[in-house]
Design a protein around this ligand. Structure first.
Ligand code: PRP
Ligand code: ZN
Ligand code: MG
Length: 226
């Protein structure tokens, strides 16, 4: 359990596709910040709600460790780290509190364009490159297919051409990256969007009221955007 605190701390992506929409959503909720010089920690002025600007991959862990109370992160990243925890026998540490309606993408299997796709049985014995090894391993188990998961932290799309994997499992948004690498999407593992994530256990100090108020404001903003 983390020590009592009287300010909320929200982790958002420092740069990348969720960074700007995450900030605007929080600003629309009435939050404003005094920029610190390194800009990685933004002190909340209008309300006791501070921002931490980090890599999206670090957000689930920051919530799990109680360093941050909330985070705005892709469901893909949250689910991957939750699946990894479960596969390692660790308890659930965070939950998705709200879908935020931006950052939509899909986690998909994609194969070389010239392949004829006949279904998941075709995956048996093949190597699949991905940055989402836990989600992929769970999915393969559910499908009852024995394929090899090749974990790569980035540039997954190039693996088939390099010969380090036969196909990939990666995020698809516009589809431009797949097309540029002569790959085509064939199966969807997960529909993702940005979510507001929080700890499984809610704070029992001053932060509880702040959290409730913020959720109400988020709901108001999302409702207006509908
Ligand atoms: C994702 C994914 C692809 C790209 C697909 O990467 O890994 O590279 O987006 O988008 P598209 O379908 O619009 O071309 P992301 O931007 O999340 O960055 P990362 O892979 O560096 O984390
Ligand atoms: Zn990332
Ligand atoms: Mg990428």
């Amino acid at each position: 359990a983390s020590p009592a605190r009287d300010r909320l701390r929200i982790a958002i992506q420092k740069s990348g596709r969720l960074a700007e929409p995450a900030r605007s959503l929080l600003a629309a909720c009435g939050l404003s910040w005094r920029q610190s010089r390194d800009k990685l920690f933004c002190y909340g002025e209008s309300l006791p709600v501070d921002l931490l600007l980090v890599r999206d991959d670090d957000i689930p862990g920051l919530i799990a460790d109680g360093v941050c109370d909330l985070g705005i992160v892709g469901r893909n990243e949250l689910d991957e780290q939750a699946a990894e925890r479960r596969r390692n026998g660790m308890p659930d540490a965070y939950q998705s509190l709200r879908g935020l309606g931006f950052g939509q993408c899909r986690l998909m299997l994609a194969v070389p364009e010239e392949w004829e796709w006949r279904g998941v049985e075709q995956l048996a014995g093949l190597r699949i490159a991905t940055s989402y090894p836990a989600i992929l391993a769970d999915w393969l188990e559910r499908q009852g297919v024995d394929a090899q998961v090749v974990e790569l932290s980035g540039s997954v799309e190039i693996a088939p051409r390099l010969g380090t994997a036969d196909l990939i499992c990666d995020l698809v948004s516009s589809g431009a990256t797949l097309a540029a690498n002569q790959l085509k999407p064939v199966e969807t593992l997960l529909e993702s969007e940005a979510v507001l994530a929080g700890a499984v256990r809610e704070p029992n100090d001053m932060r509880a009221g702040l959290l409730a108020m913020l959720l109400k404001r988020v709901d108001g903003v999302l409702h207006q955007r509908d």
